[in-house]
Design a protein around this ligand. Structure first.
Ligand SMILES: Nc1nc2c(ncn2[C@@H]2O[C@H](COP(=O)(O)OP(=O)(O)O)[C@@H](O)[C@H]2O)c(=O)[nH]1
Ligand SMILES: [Mg+2]
Length: 340
């Protein structure tokens, strides 16, 4: 069993040593632990610090591409490295790396495909009452959309089985956390959760500058995820509402006709009704088209899974590229860096 612990980093030189020091060196049931640093265009000494602390595997971005992309590229690299399990933790030492052994347990036992650490925000004094409520509400909405039961949907401390990585295709740039749950739920992957206590925060979140921005971006990710998997449900419901609203002016027109019998009057009602009915009809058409696109997406995802399995199947050893910041004789055995 090979475990890859992935740490996406954007300028984490200060806290990365703490993270690296707390990643377990041995875990029962795991033969090999590889730490993979995904450097998302850091301009500080993040990579040097990682090398000084013994990290040998890197994915690097020349510029900042965002956490979603960093996760995606790290996960692909983990598959190339032959990971049976991928654990993601953050470079700001927010999560308790010493709990990685517990996090991977359900995957080792074969009872889960993905395990998400529950930060138990209600016990965390650093979270305000409003933030706790928002976090709970966000998780509830995600669970509703995904058909899952995840207590902390925004937690980034997670373990993924190799097979689940073959099935997940993240496309959002901003955050993959919600998107992976919606995809996993719709693909009927088994998601488990373990409670953890987070470390005292080392700095403010850099992903969001305000709670309002966090809520807006999360809502967008959820709506997008829902439309991706259940477009028909959304557009047909909308068509139903518009049709019902459109019928009201028609009924009004008929009643007024009977009462005052004026053949030319109340035409505005007919106009409003007709517009609403046309909009309803358009929604049905959009629903049908988006359902066809969804079917297409399913086929493409099947093909992608197949391609990934062919590509990441345990083939021959990968070429070993030295870390350019070291002299060739200093490069540790098996060290590689890939640029994406
Ligand atoms: N903010 C931010 N973090 C990134 C980016 N790329 C990678 N990361 C890493 O993603 C992790 C989470 O970021 P953080 O600011 O702590 O967000 P939080 O999850 O809201 O606490 C950290 O390890 C960052 O170094 C990026 O483009 N923006
Ligand atoms: Mg953080």
């Amino acid at each position: 069993m090979r475990l890859v612990v992935q740490i996406p980093c954007l300028n984490e030189e200060r806290t990365l040593p703490l993270v690296l020091a707390s990643v377990p060196k041995q875990i029962p049931g795991i033969d090999e632990i590889i730490v993979l640093v995904v450097d998302d265009g850091s301009t500080d000494r993040t990579v040097d610090v990682a090398i000084e602390h013994g990290v040998t595997q890197f994915v690097r971005h020349a510029g900042n591409r965002g956490l979603g992309r960093a996760f995606h590229d790290g996960a692909q690299r983990a598959l190339e490295l032959g990971a049976d399990i991928l654990v993601n933790t953050d470079g700001d030492n927010q999560y308790p790396q010493e709990r990685i052994a517990d996090l991977v347990q359900p995957i080792l036992a074969g009872t889960a495909d993905i395990v998400i650490a529950d930060r138990q925000v209600h016990l965390n004094h650093e979270f305000s009452w409003r933030k706790i409520k928002l976090q709970k509400l966000g998780s509830r909405v995600v669970n509703r959309v995904a058909g899952t039961d995840v207590p902390d949907a925004a937690s980034g401390f997670r373990a993924y089985s190799r097979d689940s990585l073959m099935l997940l295709n993240t496309v959002t740039r901003f955050s993959y956390c919600l998107e992976t749950i919606i995809q996993a739920g719709n693909k009927r992957l088994e998601i488990d959760s373990i409670p953890v206590t987070t470390n005292p925060s080392t700095r403010e979140s850099r992903l969001f500058t305000s709670t309002r921005q966090h809520v807006a971006l999360s809502a967008r990710a959820i709506v997008r995820g829902y439309i991706m998997y259940k477009p028909y449900a959304i557009f047909i419901a909308l068509a139903g509402v518009l049709a019902a609203l459109g019928l009201i002016p028609f009924v009004r027109f008929a009643i007024l006709q009977i009462i005052d019998g004026n053949p030319g009057g109340h035409l505005q009602s007919l106009l409003v009704g007709a517009i609403l009915l046309i909009m309803s009809f358009l929604c049905i058409i959009v629903g049908i088209v988006s359902d066809l696109i969804r079917t297409n997406r399913t086929l493409i995802e099947d093909a992608l899974e197949h391609t990934k399995k062919m590509r990441f199947g345990r083939g021959p050893e990968l070429p070993r590229l030295p870390l350019e910041s070291l002299e060739p004789d200093e490069v540790p055995e098996g060290a590689t860096t890939v640029w994406r």
